[in-house]
Design a protein around this ligand. Structure first.
Ligand code: PRP
Length: 234
């Protein structure tokens, strides 16, 4: 175990981060701020209000990284003193939050991309099979966005991300970026193999899934922690 600021990170997690990623489309966002906030988010005693704040901060940091290559067009503006050359973002950008937990990432990303469109996808994991169940799809039938940012804090088996990416492929989105805070290596490998054209941004990669297909060490159920819906054991 290593520690910093009173918080500990299992060495297996660090080993997993430093593992050479064979998937060219996978980007691990390495930054001390990201690592600090993820560590606080993992802590079981972190209350929902702080958890939500941490999701917001991390979503902002991830979005900054994930939007580095957005296309721009030349744009000339008049300042109070003279004309200046500048740029403006080009094309339609869609935020695709996967309900519920992805909702926690929408506002911070929308703060950075106020012109973005938000199209919700409702998916939950069946607890007995760990398979994604689709219950809401707000995508219009035509006119796909130019770039889609899929927002979901967790990527475990990768089933939910796969279902979302299939839907975006059917919609005809030419560029897709997935922003997840924590991923399990096996789920990440599966999604990256099925969608080599997608760019996947992750804060930290965890080494394994348990028998219930929860990420270990992970952080529990992000949706329940964001929305304070953890039910006490009977
Ligand atoms: C969680 C998480 C992802 C999915 C990840 O959602 O937010 O959407 O599970 O698991 P997977 O990679 O194995 O598909 P959950 O089903 O708990 O729904 P919620 O957001 O409503 O809590």
């Amino acid at each position: 175990m290593v520690s910093g600021g009173g918080l500990s990170i299992d060495s297996a997690v660090i080993e997993s981060q430093s593992r050479n990623c064979e998937n060219a489309g996978v980007h691990v966002v390495r930054h001390p701020l990201v690592e600090h906030h993820v560590t606080r988010m993992r802590r079981a005693t972190t209350r929902p209000s702080e958890f939500r704040d941490l999701v917001r901060r991390l979503a902002t940091l991830m979005a900054y990284e994930a939007t580095q290559d957005l296309p721009t067009a030349h744009h000339r503006v008049q300042t109070p003193l003279a004309e200046a050359d500048g740029v403006q973002l080009r094309g339609r950008i869609g935020l695709i939050p996967i309900l519920r937990a992805g909702l926690g990432m929408v506002d911070p990303v929308l703060d950075l991309l106020p012109m973005a469109e938000v199209w919700h996808l409702g998916l939950y994991r069946d607890e007995s099979t760990a398979q994604p169940v689709r219950y809401y799809d707000k995508l219009p039938p035509k006119r796909p966005v130019d770039v889609a940012l899929v927002l979901d804090p967790m990527l475990a088996t990768g089933g939910s991300a796969t279902a979302a990416l299939m839907t975006l492929r059917e919609w005809g989105v030419p560029r897709v970026k997935v922003l997840s805070l924590i991923a399990a290596q096996e789920g990440l490998d599966s999604v990256a193999a099925q969608f080599p054209e997608a760019q996947i941004y992750i804060c930290q990669i965890d080494p394994e899934l348990n028998a219930q297909k929860f990420i270990v060490p992970g952080l529990g159920d992000a949706g329940d922690r964001i929305f304070n819906t953890i039910q006490p054991a009977e």
